[in-house]
Every structure is written in structure tokens, then in C-alpha cells.
Ligand binder design. Structure first.
Ligand SMILES: [Zn+2]
Length: 293
């Protein structure tokens, strides 16, 4: 089976229309599949794809995608027509959750919440090795809940692409972290640069980076606590670019207790096992019925 990310957004100086961008994505995926099959010398394999967004149960087309040119498109059908094969599409965080729950960081756990802290913030649930998609196909979409327990330290609020303000994603995504650091501490840097500066006392922006990182940790703790209070998972697995900050795990666990409604906390917070390719593995498994609910 072939798994691929659908993240190709063409860059151009003449601002291609949403339709042109969508067509470019279709072309890119078809090219990737052909290249893959040629390398593997295996053909007509079923295709699984992880996308930012979900399939609307009402229309059968894509909704909630931060690659907005996908919204309203029937990607599975269009790719199936072009490639002449079965195409299964699932939310990228759900694919990641499946990969980590089956044989990754959550393999010994019954209830797995897998989180992507990347260009966006997504989440997926796997319960007893089955993907839980939900009645509205939005299970795990915590990134567009408002930041819990907000205070003046969380100002200014940023408007999210979804139309609301102060969504968790506007604080906890890589770009959100970067933007908050810029707005609150006048330090303009990428997420890895901020984390690096927060650990080096000689860095000219050390204090700013450290304060912003501590705020990030507290916001992540609050946001995960609100998930724990509802679903009480055995393990939370982090993925996406921000999850590469190794100190994050212990730092969050040090501050999340006051936000969790329990005298003790058994929920584990761990890094993914399968790295940047984890979601692609999960996407490749979408055509295996035993993993689907
Ligand atoms: Zn939002």
C-alpha cells in the first residue's frame, strides 16, 4: 500500500486560484504515486492519504482543511478517477494516531490521544486499536476549541483561519508559537529558534524566549488537561515539529496537575516513535479493515 501526505501547496508569484492549487495537488499526488510504484516495482496498489481536514459526512467532500483549497473538493473520487484504484482519505492526525496506537508509542495502551503540534494543531483518538472518527467526523479536533483558563498573559488574541479568535491552534501550532513570541516579547523567530534560545543564557533573546516557552508549556498543559478531563486517555502521544522539543514532556507534566480534576494522574505524555513518517504509515493502513471503526 502507498501512503502519502497531501501537503503540496504550489508557490507562485501570480497567486494561483484555489482551483489551480487543487489541480496542482492532484497532479503532485499522481506523480508521487507513479514514482513510488516504479521504485517498488509494484502497481495498482490501494492508496491511503492523510489530509489536514476531514470528510464531511453531509456532502462527502473535504471540510475543516487549513489547506483551504481542499475545502469542498471530493479528493478521494478525483484521485480514484485519475489513478483508477481505491483511495481512502482520513484526517492526518487520525492517521498519526492509528500509526502510534498500533505499534508506536501507544501500542500497549487502550485509549490513545495523538496530537499534532505542527503547522496546525490536530488530534486523533484510537480506542482498543480502532480509529474513533465520531458522529461528525471531528473527533480529536481540539485545536479549534478556545484556549482553556485564559488570562491577561494570553493576550493579544489572534484570529484563526476558522474565523474564531483565540483557538488553541493560534497558540500551540509552530506558527502560532512564533507569532505569540513576536507579539508578546518582540522576538521574531521560528519555533526551533525560540526553543534553542530559551536554553542558552548567552543568547540575546534568552529571557524573551524563556518566558514565551514557559507560557507555551502552560498553555499546552491547560489544553491537554481539558482533554484529559473529558476522555481520560491512557496516553497522549505528541507529534509534529514542536514535539521534537525533548524538554516539553517533563515540563508540561510539572505544571498540568492543577488543571486536571483528579488527585493523581496516570495519563502518560510521550513522544511519537515513528517520527515525521508516522502519519504516512497510518494513512497506508487505511485500506486495512481491521483498523477502521
Ligand atoms: Zn480555529
Amino acid at each position: 500500500m502507498v501512503g502519502t501526505w497531501n501537503t503540496a501547496t504550489p508557490s507562485s508569484n501570480h497567486h494561483p486560484s484555489a482551483t489551480q492549487q487543487y489541480q496542482a495537488i492532484i497532479t503532485t499526488i499522481c506523480t508521487l504515486v507513479t514514482q513510488c510504484e516504479t521504485q517498488l516495482n509494484q502497481f495498482d496498489l490501494p492508496l491511503g492519504i492523510g489530509i489536514p481536514g476531514a470528510i464531511s459526512l453531509k456532502t462527502g467532500t473535504i471540510k475543516n482543511a487549513n489547506t483551504v483549497c481542499l475545502i469542498g473538493q471530493d479528493l478521494a473520487s478525483d484521485l480514484s478517477d485519475q489513478l483508477n484504484r481505491s483511495v481512502k482519505i482520513e484526517n492526518d492526525a487520525n492517521c498519526f494516531a492509528l500509526s502510534e496506537a498500533v505499534d508506536g508509542a501507544g501500542k500497549d495502551m487502550n485509549t490513545v490521544f495523538a496530537v499534532i503540534l505542527g503547522t496546525g494543531v490536530g488530534g486523533g483518538w484510537v480506542i482498543n486499536k480502532h480509529l474513533h472518527i465520531g458522529s461528525n467526523a471531528i473527533a480529536g479536533e481540539w485545536g479549534h476549541n478556545p484556549l482553556p483558563f485564559p488570562s491577561d498573559h494570553d493576550l493579544p488574541k489572534q484570529t484563526c483561519y476558522c474565523g474564531k479568535a483565540a483557538c488553541i491552534e493560534t497558540y500551540l501550532s509552530g506558527p502560532g508559537f512564533s507569532q505569540q513570541t513576536h507579539l508578546q516579547f518582540q522576538y521574531k523567530a521560528s519555533c526551533p529558534e525560540i526553543i534553542e534560545a530559551s536554553t542558552h543564557t548567552q543568547h540575546p533573546f534568552h529571557q524573551a524566549a524563556k518566558k514565551s516557552y514557559q507560557l507555551y508549556v502552560d498553555r499546552l498543559a491547560r489544553s491537554l488537561a481539558s482533554v484529559i478531563n473529558i476522555m481520560d486517555p491512557d496516553v497522549i502521544v505528541l507529534g509534529g515539529g514542536v514535539s521534537n522539543a525533548n524538554a516539553l514532556y517533563e515540563d508540561v507534566k510539572r505544571v498540568w496537575h492543577p488543571y486536571i480534576f483528579s488527585d493523581s494522574i496516570n495519563t502518560q505524555l510521550v513522544k511519537n516513535v515513528h517520527g515525521d513518517s508516522s502519519g504516512v504509515r497510518g494513512a497506508a493502513w487505511l485500506n486495512m479493515d481491521r483498523f477502521n471503526s
